[in-house]
Design a protein around this ligand. Structure first.
Ligand code: F6P
Length: 324
C-alpha cells in the first residue's frame, strides 16, 4: 500500500502540465495518499527541493500554461552521483512512488535511474513534440499546434497582401508533428520535416513551378530539426535561386510552448493524471500512461522513448495535391 507519492514535471514545459499535476494531486489525496511536489524535475530531486502539496495548492491551475512545479533539464542526473543523491533525497522524504511528467529526456532519465534503484513510478507524456510511442497524443501537443496555426494564419494575411514567400519555422528538434499538422491546417505549400529527407533542389523546383503557374503566395513550414536546416538555411537557398522574390522568414519559437491549454490537452492531462495514481495502486511501475484509440494504455519507459514516427508518405503526398 503506497502512502506517499512524489510528482514532478521535467524537460521542456508544455501546456497542460498543470492540469496533469492537479489530477495527480487530487486523485492521490482522494485515495488517502500524501503528495509531495518535486520542483525543477530531476534537478530538484537531487537538491531535495520537495514540499508537501494539498488539494488547494492545485486550485485554479487547470487553465494555466507552464508548470507550477517548474521544470529543468538536469545534466547532473545523467551521472551516477546525481542519481544516487536523488535516490537519497526520495528516501529521506519517505517518498514511496513517483509520477514523472515529461518527454523523451524524462523517460530516458527514468530508465537510467531504474537500472540501479527501484521505486514504483508511472510516467505521463508531457511534451509539445508528440515524439513518444504508446500514446496517440502528448500533453501540450494540441495547444502547441493551435498556437502555430494561429500564428501562420496571421502570417498568411501578410503573405497574401504583399505577394510574398514566407518560411515559417516551428518547433521540433527531432519530430515533425507540429510542422506537419500546422502546415496541413494552414494550407502550406510545402512542409519540411526531420523524419523525411529534404531534397532542397526539389523544394526550389516546386517554388519555381508555382511561380510559373502565377501562384504569388507561398508558405513553407519547416520543423527546426529538418535535415536540411531551419528557416535561415532555407532562406539563403531561396534568395540565391530567386533573388527577385519578396521573401521573409519567421521563427515561431517558444510561443508554442506556453499559453492556455486547449480543452483537449486539459482532458488528456486530467485522464492521464487520474490514471497514473490508479496505476500505482494497481502495482504498475516503470510504465508511461498514454491514450491509444481512446483507451488508457501503459507502455514501458524503454519502449515509450523508441523511435515511433507515424508520419506517412500519404500525408506528404496530400499536401502537394492540396497546394496545387
Ligand atoms: O522538446 C520540446 C522542445 O520545445 C523542442 O521542440 C525544442 O527543440 C526544444 O524543446 C527546445 O528546448 P529549450 O526550451 O531548452 O531551448
Amino acid at each position: 500500500m503506497i502512502r506517499k507519492i512524489g510528482v514532478m514535471t521535467s524537460g521542456g514545459d508544455s501546456p497542460g502540465m498543470n492540469a496533469a499535476v492537479r489530477a495527480v494531486v487530487r486523485t492521490a489525496i482522494y485515495f488517502g495518499m500524501e503528495v509531495y511536489g518535486i520542483r525543477r524535475g530531476y534537478q530538484g530531486m537531487i537538491e531535495g527541493d520537495i514540499y508537501p502539496m494539498q488539494a488547494k495548492d492545485v486550485s485554479n491551475i487547470i487553465q494555466r500554461g507552464g508548470t507550477i512545479l517548474k521544470t529543468a533539464r538536469s545534466k547532473e542526473f545523467m551521472t551516477d552521483e546525481g542519481i544516487a543523491k536523488a535516490y537519497r533525497q526520495l528516501q529521506e522524504h519517505g517518498i514511496e512512488a513517483l509520477v514523472l511528467i515529461g518527454g523523451d529526456g524524462t523517460f530516458r532519465g527514468a530508465v537510467k535511474f531504474f537500472e540501479t534503484y527501484t521505486i514504483p513510478a508511472i510516467g505521463l507524456p508531457g511534451t509539445i513534440d508528440k515524439d513518444l510511442a504508446g500514446t496517440d497524443y502528448t500533453i501540450g501537443f494540441d495547444t502547441a499546434v493551435n498556437t502555430a496555426v494561429e500564428a501562420i494564419d496571421k502570417i498568411r494575411d501578410t503573405a497574401e497582401s504583399h505577394d510574398r514567400l514566407f518560411i515559417v519555422e516551428v518547433m521540433g528538434r527531432d519530430a515533425g508533428y507540429i510542422a506537419l499538422n500546422s502546415g496541413i491546417a494552414c494550407g502550406a505549400e510545402d512542409i519540411l520535416l526531420p523524419e523525411t529527407y529534404t531534397d532542397i533542389d526539389e523544394v526550389l523546383e516546386r517554388i519555381d513551378m508555382d511561380e510559373r503557374r502565377k501562384k504569388t503566395v507561398h508558405i513553407l513550414v519547416v520543423a527546426e530539426g529538418d535535415d536540411f536546416g531551419g528557416a535561415d538555411d532555407l532562406m539563403k537557398k531561396v534568395k540565391e535561386r530567386f533573388p527577385g522574390m519578396d521573401t521573409r522568414a519567421a521563427i515561431l519559437g517558444h510561443i508554442q510552448r506556453g499559453g492556455t491549454p486547449t480543452y483537449a490537452d486539459r482532458v488528456l492531462a486530467s485522464r492521464l493524471g487520474y490514471a497514473s495514481v490508479l496505476a500505482l495502486k494497481e502495482g504498475r511501475t516503470q510504465v508511461m500512461a498514454g491514450i491509444v484509440n481512446g483507451e488508457v494504455t501503459y507502455t514501458p519507459f524503454s519502449q515509450a522513448v523508441k523511435e515511433n514516427s507515424t508520419i506517412s508518405k500519404d500525408m506528404l503526398d496530400m499536401i502537394r495535391v492540396l497546394a496545387v
